[in-house]
Write a protein that binds this ligand. Structure first.
Ligand SMILES: Nc1ncnc2c1ncn2[C@@H]1O[C@H](COP(=O)(O)OP(=O)(O)OP(=O)(O)O)[C@@H](O)[C@H]1O
Ligand SMILES: O=C(O)C1=C[C@@H](O)[C@@H](O)[C@H](O)C1
Length: 343
């Protein structure tokens, strides 16, 4: 398949270095292997989570109060949990704030979008890549390009679904070592376990919308673009799409649930019928990914937050256990004659 060349040409990024994980993995056994020395948490007190700048320190009570007051006054109501989605200036400010924080900690980690046909993986994915200054890939489009722009529906018809899934798996595998990518996968990419192995090297986000919303969108696009929905001129394309998407979602839900982050497409207020607009979905996505990344960062910091009890003993152990020192010391405590003594 021509896709490997295509990927090499398009992404100049270097393969991911997973240095911090390797470091953490090295550290843990090294501390716990030596039984006399234990790694004890410095403090079990919960860390106040107020803002990035105060993270890791206890918040002043006054700050806590003002943060709580602000949170209560952000206009949320049970009917509309995201009121800022109706004010694009405010939404823009919020996107900027969360992006500024996330960019520092995401460190080029790839974002994989999974979800049913019509969930907006390509639409939102492009927007997200633009916001994060990442490169965008759509696995369906890469497959089409690698087949001289033959549409997915034609590849399905001529080569079969298994062949298509093989191409999809190959692209997922080839993209995974790179960094700074947003990748919109095909709706069925979640079905192959090996794809998860590669996608989980990054952060997997499920765009989760209800079947009615998805059916409306794909029917508007025309069902013939999506081979699993093409019904050969159904009288009511939306009803046909609803039935087919419903049964596919029943089969696939357990796979989508393996995602690291779930973003609802539900719209509120003026968006109740059409679902959340793409910038709003992107903001929900950025927020959810940021929460995940910040939680991981806190967890890693907690793991590093220990002191070694008996450090003095540890330093002395080198002298006691060193073969050269043992050979040099007589049972009575006197140094033996020979080279060791000279040393
Ligand atoms: N938030 C949104 N609000 C309204 N329409 C949307 C939204 N997101 C996507 N759409 C529309 O829904 C249709 C499907 O979107 P898109 O192609 O991005 O979905 P997808 O998940 O990539 O689908 P597939 O897996 O079939 O390729 C398009 O017509 C797109 O314009
Ligand atoms: O849900 C699916 O199985 C598919 C979704 C599309 O993105 C394409 O990958 C293809 O039409 C199959």
């Amino acid at each position: 398949m021509a896709s490997s060349q295509l990927l090499q040409r398009r992404t100049g990024a270097a393969p991911a270095a997973r240095g911090s994980q390797a470091h953490a993995a090295l550290l843990r056994p090294a501390v716990s292997r030596h039984t006399p020395f234990t790694a004890a948490p410095r403090s079990a007190a919960p860390v106040a989570r107020i803002s990035r700048s105060s993270w890791g320190r206890r918040a002043e009570p006054s700050l806590l109060v003002s943060v709580r007051a602000a949170a209560e006054d952000d206009g949320r109501t049970p009917d509309h949990p995201y009121p800022w989605e109706e004010d694009y200036d405010l939404l823009g400010d919020k996107v900027k704030a969360v992006t500024d924080e996330l960019e520092k900690d995401l460190k080029g980690c790839n974002i994989w979008l999974v979800g049913m046909m019509g969930s907006g993986k390509s639409t939102v994915g492009k927007m997200l890549a633009n916001t994060l200054k990442y490169t965008f890939f759509d696995t369906d489009s890469v497959i089409e390009l690698a087949h001289d722009k033959k549409p997915v529906s034609q590849i399905f018809a001529e080569e079969g679904q298994d062949y298509f899934r093989q191409c999809e798996a190959q692209i997922i595998k080839e993209l995974s070592p790179y960094r700074n990518l947003v990748i919109a996968t095909g709706g069925g990419a979640v079905l192959r376990p090996e794809n998860w192995g590669y996608m989980h090297l990054g952060i997997v986000c499920w765009l989760n919308g209800d079947v009615e919303l998805l059916a409306r969108r794909v029917a508007k696009d025309g069902l013939d673009k999506r081979p699993l929905l093409a019904e050969g001129g159904a009288a009511d394309p939306q009803a046909a799409a609803r039935a087919k998407l419903g049964s596919l979602l029943d089969e696939r839900r357990r796979f989508y649930e393996n995602a690291d982050v779930v973003v609802s497409l539900e719209g509120y207020g003026r968006d109740a019928e059409n679902g959340a607009p793409s910038p709003a979905v992107m903001y929900r996505l950025l927020t959810a990914v940021n929460e995940k990344v910040q939680a991981k960062k806190r967890e890693q910091a907690e793991r590093m937050n220990f002191r070694i009890e008996g450090a003095e003993q540890l330093r002395n152990m080198r002298t006691m256990e060193s073969p050269a020192a043992a050979a040099a010391v007589q049972p009575g405590g006197e140094a033996a004659e020979g080279p060791a003594q000279a040393a």
